[in-house]
Structures are given as structure tokens and as C-alpha cells.
Design a protein around this ligand. Sequence first.
Ligand code: MD3
Ligand code: FE
Length: 192
Amino acid sequence: WQEVLAEDAMILRRYARDDAQWLFRHIMQVASLRPFQHRITPGGFRMSVAMTHCGSRGGYPESMPVTPVSLPAELKQFAVRAAGNAGFSGFLPDSCLMNRYAPGSKLTLHQDKDEKDLRQPIVSVSLGLPAVFQFGGFERSDALTRVLLEHGDVVVWGGRSRLRFHGIAPVKPGFHPLTGGYRYNMTFRCAG
Ligand code: MD3
Ligand code: FE
């Protein structure tokens, strides 16, 4: 099921549901090598979302040296196939950022603009607890649209929506059979 969010942005509802188990095993494997950590924002605040990643840095600079972990071929293939299904051919992901949301965790409205080639889309996979995704326009003050992202939902955005502001509202407590009390999100990018 495909749902258009905006121009060049779509949700592939439940696209990853049958792949959720092996996708989640990759998250656990990466986290065993590079544990999830809460970054400190430039303003000095500890982020409620915990992050790790494999592949290149994904535009999120490291404050400390970390063990390099390569992007597994099957993850890369999954992201390329999802992008193709959303109409983006020629996706060259080299990075997978993994976000972990405990109840109450949120991601403040931001733009993803650190990647070198903004012509490349981003593919995001939601696993576990649901969350309300907020997306806006090209200025922070633009009106927001709210969309519930559930287990297995994949969002692909690029082109004219690549620089839209977006964020995640605080995750509600709950239990999911695969992920327990957490929401996880994987974002595949061409960080360059
Ligand atoms: C952007 N992650 O890591 S991705 C991030 O669920 C990030 O963890 C969020 O934003 C997360 O940088 C959201 C999903 C997403 C979906 C649709 C979008 C981002 C979008 C539409 C336009 C712009
Ligand atoms: Fe983002």
C-alpha cells in the first residue's frame, strides 16, 4: 500500500513487515559492536533518542572515535528495492542510521541536509512501537501534517521533499513482540 505524503515523499505501508525480524537482528548486531548512545546537541542538551549506525557517518558527525561497522549488503539491497518501489531509481545508500526511541523519546523538527548529494533520497524503516511523525514545509514555522508510523512502515522521500522539516512526537509506552518497549527507526542515506 502506497500513500503519497507530499511531492516526492511516500509511505510504503507495512512494506518491511515480513523482513522485520532480520532487519531487527541487524540493528542488534550493529548495537553489539557500537552501543546506542545519546548525543549531546550543539546547544548542550542530551537527546532522548539513542543512536548508532553502520556504513559511513550518515551526516551525523561523531564526537568520539568509534568502531567502524560496514553496511551489510542485504540491508543495502533492501533499501535500494524500497526506493525503487517509491519511484526513486539509482539509490546508492552507503549509510544506515539506527534510532532507538524509549517511551517519551522524541525528535525535534529538523531538516536532513548534511548529506553531500541532496539528489539522493532517504529511505526510513519503522519497527516496533508506533509513533506520530510530523512533517512540514521548508521553514520551521510551516504548518505540520501528522502521520502515524507503525511497525513495518517504510517512508521514502527525496526530490522536492528532500529538505522538508520533520520530527517525531514523544513515543507512548507500549509493548511490541519484536522490539519490546521501544520504537526503532533505520534511515538509509547516501552520505557520500
Ligand atoms: C523527511 N528520523 O534520523 S525518518 C532522522 O523516525 C529522522 O527516526 C525519524 O528524521 C525517525 O533524521 C524520521 C522518516 C521521515 C519520513 C518522511 C519524511 C523523514 C522525512 C518526509 C519529508 C522529510
Ligand atoms: Fe531526519
